[in-house]
Design a protein around this ligand. Structure first.
Ligand SMILES: C[S@@+](CC[C@H](N)C(=O)[O-])C[C@H]1O[C@@H](n2cnc3c(N)ncnc32)[C@H](O)[C@@H]1O
Length: 383
């Protein structure tokens, strides 16, 4: 996990103003390029000049972009109609057998690891071990923890998207997930909040019919949960079904990843709302803040990508291995390439405020090391 620099919430990896003038709005406290950005720039320049000859043709062929010749969004819809569709009969049978929503969620996705519990002994060990990782103490507190694996201490991530969402949605009127699939996250939040307390309206906005059908099956297990499921597409966003009637949290979790280029109109619609709102993204887009990676990804130039990929195994121990592999993965599977540029543009224009960020981590919801999650929370800059 790249460590969060306290108070350093830049959406780009290199924020130094070109002319030595004012700091960009997206980089409030630190206007120097990060060492990672510098190292990445040097790596990219070297590989473009002379790709690493040790990369075999077989290794590079495995990174060939996947075939989406029937159309990129159509391909994704087909993949997820199939992915969620395969769950429908199983869910139906388990619901019929009397399984609860809590049991279904815990067995469909592993239970979250605990938070970092500290007493005098564990606190001392943790502090000693973590002294080399001071940046794990970010704006949200401690973002890492010690884990014991095979008789050895090691650092593990302690960021859990559902816990963050639970904290951020404590006092809202509407909770809206964009690209919600079967609604696992919304049901998790419902179970965590419990049936009592402040009433809240949930919205599961999803691209596929199969995802919506799964959500409607699970909703049957949650009497008292007010959930509206609707079709939604990040390329033609429409959130007009969410009433402008009180504080609203919008969020996405590994859904924008599926869409190469989302429409910026989503944020225009949010900015027109009269009641307070925030948007939390948990998406594998941290690599987009490194300009050479983004430029190579946007170029769609196969030789550039092969050059970058050629040295990636030799660079595995470097500080930039995580964003490098994430960019290569995004390119291979046709994942998102425009979320951070859109957000950085709106922050720089003074329209959105970036209020929280943790870059590049895996979690219990996403364990893919080449597709790490980045969390950003934004709201209207006027609030
Ligand atoms: C990896 S799943 C994540 C589902 C859910 N957010 C979660 O965390 O469990 C990706 C989801 O993105 C949805 N998706 C794909 N393309 C989309 C699009 N153009 N607009 C909205 N959602 C989309 C898929 O249908 C799928 O449900």
């Amino acid at each position: 996990m790249e460590r969060l620099r306290t108070g350093w919430l830049a959406l780009t990896g290199k924020c130094a103003p070109a002319d030595g003038g004012a700091k960009p709005a997206c980089c409030p406290e630190d206007a120097t390029p990060t060492p990672v950005a510098e190292q990445l720039a040097a790596y990219c320049a070297a590989m473009f000049k002379a790709p690493d000859p040790s990369a075999t043709e077989k290794q590079l062929a495995a990174l060939q972009p996947i075939d989406k010749s029937e159309g990129k969004t159509q391909h994704t819809k087909g993949v997820y109609e199939d992915h969620w569709g395969k769950r429908i009969d199983g869910l139906r049978a388990r619901i019929k057998a009397g399984e609860s929503i809590g049991y279904l969620l815990r067995t469909l996705r592993p239970y979250p690891h605990g938070t970092s519990q500290r007493n005098r002994v564990s606190g001392a060990v943790t502090d000693h071990f973590l002294k080399d990782f001071p940046l794990l103490h970010g704006t949200r507190g401690f973002t890492g923890r010690i884990e014991v694996v095979n008789g050895r201490y090691q650092i593990a991530n302690n960021v859990d998207p559902i816990t963050i969402l639970h904290q951020e949605t404590a006092k809202v009127t509407n909770i809206v997930e964009l690209g919600s699939g079967p609604g696992w996250n919304l049901f998790d939040l419902f179970v965590l909040r419990g049936a009592g307390g402040r009433p809240v309206q949930y919205f599961g906005l999803e691209y596929t019919d199969a995802g919506i059908e799964c959500a409607s099956l699970l909703q049957g297990l949650c009497p008292g949960m007010s959930l509206t499921s609707r079709q939604f597409d990040f390329t033609k966003p429409d959130v007009s079904m969410v009433p402008d009637n009180g504080p609203t949290v919008f969020f996405s979790h590994h859904a924008i990843e599926q869409v190469e280029d989302i429409s910026p109109d989503l944020y225009e619609q949010l900015l027109r709302r009269k009641t307070p709102w925030s948007i939390l993204h948990f998406e594998p887009v941290g690599w987009q803040r490194y300009e050479p990676l983004l430029r190579a990804r946007l170029s769609e130039d196969l030789s550039q990508h092969r050059a970058l990929a050629s040295g990636r195994l030799s660079a595995m121990g470097s500080d930039f291995a995580v964003p490098l592999n994430a960019a290569i993965n995004s390119w291979r599977v046709g994942y998102n390439r425009n979320l951070l540029p859109i957000l950085a543009g709106l922050v720089d224009a003074g329209r959105l405020a970036l209020v929280d960020a943790i870059y590049d981590f895996t979690s219990r919801l996403n364990v893919n090391p080449v597709n790490p999650t980045t969390y950003v929370r934004l709201q209207s800059a006027g609030r």
